[in-house]
Design a binder for this molecule. Structure first.
Ligand code: NDP
Length: 301
């Protein structure tokens, strides 16, 4: 029997409908804004930034593109991000990575106001997530959880194995699974017998960046497999799981493309809308207390 296909596009359109309604409920007066900082000459990040801007617009969130000039210095970037932090209409800030070499990536990410850090990149949100506290999480990790939850896959008490321990995918996925009461194992290149570990997984999340890494003999028949990999090969975009051979021997699997990818953009926007809702609530609260207008003027950038 072939596996159930966990369709990321279907999950993404459910989130899309929910977000469109929530943005409409926020009112047209002040549509939430998502600032996307994109550095010059960064090809792959540009593709992502363009599709993120398009998706934002489709739910009524206004993308604000910030394009620092080539060779920009740390102080200039800091001033631009500080202006976005201060702007009351900017609900989310995303910095397209990789960040150019002349800048220090961690220092740049740390400039974002944690309340607007809708891709969970600041040290504060990373720390909160690791401690199991409420936090904005990296979108890909959150997309994995959204797929499992909307597909009705039980997580609590399940043995989950994550292949990959990067800061953007593997580690945050492991934290979120742990937060959902799974029993979590994290594998990496120094794991001694990867197949032995992955075979034990009831939920297998793969984020290794290695096409075809997971083969049929490495999975359990009852496994739910979520493939985060996006690898460009001669055969087109493929995941980290050898889909054609693994699909027939597991219980559920995400395709690539059409799995984690489309959901990633939507959950990032979900966190942006959450941030906007929180800010609107604070403005209402403030207005009630001090009898002032709810919409503060937009600052010049
Ligand atoms: P990184 O290269 O930063 O991390 C890869 C991780 O996988 C490392 O921890 C590495 O171990 C581990 N790994 C690599 N090869 C093996 C192997 N053969 N056996 C066991 N572990 C292995 O990649 P990212 O986390 O940034 O990305 C992972 C994949 O997810 C990529 O294909 C990327 O394109 C994709 N991605 C998808 C996104 C989406 O929206 N769907 C967003 C971001 C990334 P070690 O630490 O020991 O080196």
């Amino acid at each position: 029997m072939s596996a159930r296909i966990l369709d990321g596009r279907a999950v993404a359109s459910r989130v899309w409908r929910d977000l469109s309604e929530r943005v409409a409920a926020l009112g047209e007066e002040a549509p939430p804004r998502l600032a996307i900082v994109r550095f010059a000459g960064n090809g792959p990040a540009d593709v992502y930034a363009t599709s993120l801007a398009r998706a934002a617009r489709s739910i009524g969130v206004e993308p604000v593109e910030v394009r620092p000039p080539e060779g920009v210095g740390q102080n200039d970037v800091a001033a631009r991000i500080a202006a976005l932090n201060r702007d009351p209409l900017v609900s989310g800030i995303v910095i397209a990575q990789p960040i150019p070499e002349q800048l220090e990536t961690d220092a740049v990410l740390a400039l974002i106001d944690p309340a607007k850090d809708v891709d969970g990149a600041t040290p504060l949100n990373v720390g909160r997530l690791a401690r199991g506290e409420a936090a904005f999480a990296p979108a890909t990790a959150l997309a994995v959880m959204a797929i499992l939850r909307t597909s009705g896959i039980p997580i609590a008490g399940r043995r989950a194995v994550v292949v990959g321990r990067s800061a953007v995918v593997g580690r945050p996925v492991a934290s979120l699974l742990l937060g959902a009461d799974a029993t979590v194992m994290v594998c990496h290149t120094r794991t001694r017998n990867l197949a032995r570990e992955t075979r034990r997984a009831e939920i297998l999340v793969v984020a290794a960046g290695s096409p075809g890494l997971i083969r049929p003999e490495m999975v359990n028949r009852s496994a739910v497999v979520v493939d985060c990999g996006i690898n460009t090969t001669r055969d087109g975009i493929v995941g980290d799981v050898d889909y054609a051979t693994v699909r027939p021997v597991v219980s559920a699997i995400t395709p690539v493309p059409g799995g984690v990818g489309p959901v990633t953009t939507m959950v990032l926007l979900q966190q942006t809308v959450e941030s906007a809702e929180r800010a609107a609530e604070e403005r209402r609260h403030h207005a009630e207390r001090f009898d002032v207008p709810t919409h503060a003027p937009v600052e010049e950038r």
